[in-house]
Design a protein around this ligand. Structure first.
Ligand code: AMP
Ligand code: MG
Length: 411
């Protein structure tokens, strides 16, 4: 049986980038840039004041102090959004507000707190150097500079930067459409009343939420009963989306018909089982050229295999730069035993401490225990036949938000 890493590679080699579209700036939040953004203009556009105070020539403040203030003549006021029409000469100051363009002739701004108004003018109580409290044009972004590359994830700060450059629309990758259906005779449809032997279909909703979080668009189909003809029909319908996720019916029970059905439809089955726990029955195929992820039915196996195989695929389809979960090392506060030969992906709660994160299990780790995923901050990766003692380190995949890796850090 192949390893998690081998299965991930097979999956990633089997999926391609989706197309792109222009969207309004706010609609780009959480999406991935499909263009290199070159600054058409500098930020800030011109030299301006970083403070409320007075624009002056720095040399005029030479030697000024509280004990020996220098008196300068006030010749006008300039606020943000205004232009001072004139040139500042030696011996003069102009009242200036934060963000107002620096008047010609001035080379510094003195903070209001370092001055004192008087009938004759403005008393300068401190010496300032050239450039002090001045924000120079282009000091944030230079015209012609590439500020964001294709593949950058649009966080609020990115949206702000794009807006500051005057962008109103931006090219982003499509959100991959993921068809989703759960299989199982026991599953209630959302509009059905509970009945003996039947359970709610949680997988479709957990998967739908995971798809949304990974930037995709879920298309809920099914649930589908354990019958080959129905599975075949839904598989054919499902692959009209960019990818298809199914749950259940991939292990070795009498009603586990998914793999057979995929074969009968002529699918190219590329992964059939992975050396891992939970999630061993994970199956991956191409049907009519579209990726089909046949995930195990146990709710935790289903969600864990999504995080390890589907999410990276969704991210690659959107041209994301990093496709895997960020990893940290945490210290366990309890013994963690993996008696199985397969590597285990255990659900943990992370607590920040001064010495880094500690990890504790979310309770019972059975693959049907939904609470274990609901409370999890991360997946602890524990090699086969290993016991981790309290106080030792464990590798944890973070399930949370987008990491703060800058788009221009060269990684
Ligand atoms: P299967 O992989 O089809 O053998 O299902 C394994 C276990 O997961 C069984 O206990 C199922 O009842 C349960 N299960 C399968 N699909 C779902 C689902 N959509 N929602 C909740 N539980 C499910
Ligand atoms: Mg089943």
């Amino acid at each position: 049986m192949i390893s998690v890493e081998q299965a991930q590679q097979i999956v990633l080699d089997s999926v391609e980038k989706v197309g792109w579209e222009y969207v309004e700036l706010l609609d780009a939040l959480g999406r991935v840039l499909a263009e290199d953004v070159i600054a058409p203009e500098p930020i800030p556009p011109w030299d301006n004041s970083a403070m409320d105070g007075f624009a002056l020539r720095a040399e005029d403040s030479r030697g000024a102090s509280h004990e020996q203030p220098v008196m300068l003549r006030l010749i006008g006021t300039v606020g943000a959004g205004q232009i001072f029409d004139g040139v500042l000469e030696n011996g003069q100051v102009i009242r200036i507000m934060t963000g107002a363009p620096l008047p010609r002739g001035a080379d510094a701004v003195i903070r209001q707190e370092d001055t004192q108004a008087s009938d004759q003018g403005v008393l300068i109580l401190r010496q300032v150097g050239p450039g002090q409290n001045v924000r120079y044009g282009g000091e944030d972004v230079k015209a012609g500079e590439q500020v964001l590359p294709t593949g950058a994830f649009c966080r609020p700060g990115v949206i702000g930067l794009l807006a500051a450059l005057g962008k109103r629309r931006v090219a982003v990758y499509h959100r991959p459409r993921a068809g989703i259906f759960a299989t199982g005779d026991e599953l209630l449809r959302w509009d059905e009343m509970p009945a003996p032997g039947k359970i709610h279909n949680s997988n479709s909703y957990a998967l739908g939420a995971q798809v949304l979080q990974a930037g995709g668009l879920p298309v809920l189909l099914g649930p589908v009963a354990d019958r080959k003809d129905l599975l075949a029909r839904h598989l054919r319908e499902g692959v009209r989306s960019d990818l298809l996720l199914t749950s259940g019916g991939v292990s070795v029970g009498d009603f586990d018909l998914m793999a057979d059905t995929l074969h009968e439809l002529g699918a190219d089955v590329r992964v059939r089982g992975v050396h891992m726990r939970p999630g061993k029955p994970f199956t991956f195929a191409l049907l009519e050229g579209k990726p089909v992820f046949a995930l195990p039915g146990n709710p935790i196996s289903c969600m864990v295999t999504f995080e390890l195989f589907v999410r990276p695929a969704l991210r690659k389809m959107q041209d994301q730069r990093s496709v895997f979960h960020p990893e940290i090392t945490a210290t366990t506060v309890q013994p963690i035993r993996n008696k199985d030969r397969r590597p285990a992906y255990l659900r943990v709660i992370l607590t920040p401490t001064r010495a880094g994160y500690t990890a504790r299990l979310t309770g019972d780790q059975g693959s049907a225990m939904l609470h274990s995923m609901a409370y999890a901050d991360g997946l602890a990766c524990v090699p086969g036949e290993t016991e981790i003692t309290p106080g030792s380190e464990v590798r944890v995949l973070l399930l949370g938000d987008e990491p703060a890796a800058g788009p221009l850090d060269g990684s």
